[in-house]
Design a protein around this ligand. Structure first.
Ligand code: NAP
Length: 198
């Protein structure tokens, strides 16, 4: 029997409990053996946004996932030069893990909606099944009519805990408001020590 591996892609700036709940839910719903978190290196669709250094985002992801034996973190996108393309990540993982391994790429529904703009979109669906996580208030009805999310290679997963968002957390830090209980304690400490989002 081949293994079923979740590949959790995101900027994770910072990683929060919504992401961890999403990965755990995917693990359960899709009977996955493991979820591999893959923090992006240089997100190519965010060239104009300020994104924290990849090393900080990678370390926070390691801290947040350390206590779960079925979560692991990959440096592959952090260490790869140039913009981050998911197709390259999935190709490398498939080559490394062998043809019997099934890959499930988990990320936010907003990102999946733009999949047609990603590099080599037609190959993506050969490499993995896509799990699109939505947050409360997400207007799924209008998006269901949208061609990409109606694709058989995509499953939408509703995650109430995604009421937590990285954008909101960065704003809270900037305003001096607490983020305790929105992120794991170690991530909270890391954000303060590294002086992120000030
Ligand atoms: P994003 O635009 O920062 O996020 C879009 C939405 O999805 C946000 O609401 C975000 O919430 C949420 N989200 C992001 N990652 C999530 C996850 N793993 N689980 C649950 N919700 C998540 O998206 P991004 O981080 O740039 O991209 C997401 C993934 O798609 C990355 O792996 C990226 O490399 C890939 N991608 C690939 C291409 C390409 O190959 N050309 C293009 C675009 C994206 P939070 O802010 O709270 O996380």
């Amino acid at each position: 029997m081949g293994r079923r591996i979740g590949v959790m892609g995101g900027t994770f700036d910072p990683i929060h409990y919504g992401h961890l709940v999403t990965a755990e839910e995917a693990l359960h719903q899709f009977s996955l053996d493991e979820v591999l978190f893959v923090p992006t290196g240089r997100p190519w669709m965010k060239e104009h946004d300020v994104v924290s250094p990849a090393e900080d985002r990678y370390l926070m992801t390691v801290i947040a996932t350390a206590s779960n034996p079925r979560f692991a973190v990959s440096r592959m996108e952090v260490d790869r030069d140039g913009p981050t393309y998911t197709v390259e990540t999935l190709r490398s993982l498939k080559a490394e893990l062998g043809p019997d391994t099934q890959l499930f790429f988990i990320t936010g529904a907003d990102a999946v909606l733009e999949i047609v703009q990603w590099k080599e979109p037609e190959e993506l669906f050969d490499l993995a099944h896509f799990i699109a996580a939505t947050r409360p208030g997400y207007d799924l009805a209008s998006f269901e009519a949208h061609a990409p999310l109606a694709h058989p290679g995509i499953t939408v997963m509703h995650i109430p805990a995604l009421a937590i968002s990285s954008t909101d957390i960065r704003g809270r830090v900037r305003q001096g408001r607490p983020i305790r209980y929105l992120v794991p304690e170690g991530v909270n400490s890391y954000v303060q020590k590294a002086g992120l989002y000030r």
